[in-house]
Design a protein around this ligand. Structure first.
Ligand code: PMP
Length: 390
């Protein structure tokens, strides 16, 4: 039987750039220890207090169907959090609870785009972006940013691609670069969305991981609340990656339509997961800081290790749990360098090419192992780069 084109086309065919990652996993399976600096998974698990809340909820009987839009108490808590962080009046009607940010990304594109529409996204990009756009039947079109612009899209670049497009997907703080978009970039983005009639889909799942400056949510910019769909998640902020709980925030009419989609696809998020998420949000800033602190610390460690040499050049970044390193001085591609680092030192990083065209000749390092192991791995990485550069 023939599969639909829509589902067959999701990955777009070809290599998905995850070869190094899977090779590392094969090595581990075969008994070779590998230091994994690949995916965005915290080295601490979900906080025991959150697990306790989850357990208490489940054993207390909260295991039946949950209401599809999300428990009212959780929707209200998300609305309060968003309003407190952005100043934009937000109520439960502006919030849909989703099984993770990924589901919110899919829902947002489903709401914004018809089949065949052009949906813009910035390159380098988080791995699922083009596939998510194809999964709703739209056509992904990259805005290829440049290392010399610190991988932030410029007004000219957005303007050149925006004609005829329906939506623009951005991500700040950014995976894979760690860059936090400044006021100028956000103004360029919002101006382009208004003048070209675009929906803005703003993926803010790293909003608690900002090490310098401020996170700007573009929904708060003039004229943007009615056209911005914000993707949020408990995965990164509360180390709840496996719980699959996040949200979509947007205009009431969009959320009402998104609830219809959820009814026919996910049918909601388990009640005991939502109760754990509510507990975690109510735990406030202290828990968020506890979870983000290791990345801030390791970023400073990395600064020290990378100081005094210019073969491995860090991209100037101020957020998220990753470092993007420019290794073009080695003469190798990101993929070649990552493969060599894995073979020689059993250290796995992601080649920049995994994230699109813009980050070729770069590697992404996830700061997700214990400090001393991280420091040691970075030292070996620099040594290897120096060898090639010489
Ligand atoms: N957006 C970005 C930029 C991400 O890095 C991730 C996860 N790595 C997600 C969305 C999805 O996260 P989740 O579905 O776990 O909330």
């Amino acid at each position: 039987m023939r599969l639909s084109q829509r589902i067959s086309n999701i990955t777009g065919g070809g290599s998905d750039g995850w070869d190094v990652f899977y090779r590392a996993r094969d090595m581990i399976e075969a008994g070779t220890p590998v230091i994994e600096l690949t995916i965005g998974e915290h080295d601490i698990g979900t906080d025991p207090s959150v697990l306790e809340a989850m357990h208490k909820s489940a054993t207390g009987g909260h295991t039946g169907y949950a209401v599809v839009p999300g428990e009212m108490a959780l929707r209200k808590a998300v609305a309060r959090r968003v309003e407190a962080r952005t100043g934009v009046p937000t109520t439960a009607d502006n919030v849909l609870i989703t099984p993770g940010g990924q589901s919110a990304l899919f829902t947002a594109h489903h709401a914004a785009c018809d089949g065949g529409d052009t949906a813009l996204y910035c390159d380098p990009y988080y791995a699922t972006y083009p596939g998510t756009i194809r999964a709703v039947g739209a056509n992904p079109k990259p805005i290829v940013t440049r290392p010399e612009d610190n991988f932030q899209p410029t007004a000219g670049q957005i303007g050149a691609e925006a004609e005829g497009a329906r939506s623009l997907l951005i991500n700040s703080p950014n995976n894979p670069t760690g860059v936090v978009y400044g006021p100028e970039t956000m103004a360029a983005i919002s101006n382009a969305c208004i003048s070209h009639g675009l929906w803005l889909i703003s993926d803010e799942v790293y909003d608690t991981q900002v090490w310098e400056g401020d996170h700007i949510s573009p929904r708060a910019l003039p004229g943007m609340a009615d056209r911005t769909l914000v993707v949020g998640s408990m995965s990164k902020s509360h180390a709840m990656t496996g719980s699959r709980v996040g949200w979509l925030v947007g205009p009431k009419e969009v959320i009402a339509a998104a609830i219809d989609l959820a009814t026919h696809m996910t049918y909601g998020v388990p009640g005991y997961i939502q109760d754990a998420a509510l507990f975690a949000l109510n735990a406030g800033q202290d828990l968020e800081t506890k979870i983000s602190a290791p990345f801030q610390r390791r970023r400073l460690l990395a600064e020290q290790v990378l100081e005094g040499q210019n073969v491995v050049r860090p991209i100037r970044s101020s957020g998220a749990m990753y470092l993007m390193l420019d290794i073009r001085a080695t003469g190798l591609s990101g993929e070649e360098f990552a493969t060599c680092l894995l073979e020689r030192h059993h250290i796995a990083v992601m080649p920049g090419e995994s994230f699109g065209r813009a980050a070729s000749g770069h590697i992404r390092v996830a700061m997700t192992v214990e400090d001393s192991v991280f420091e040691d791995a970075l030292k070996k990485l620099v040594e290897l780069a120096r060898e090639f550069a010489a």
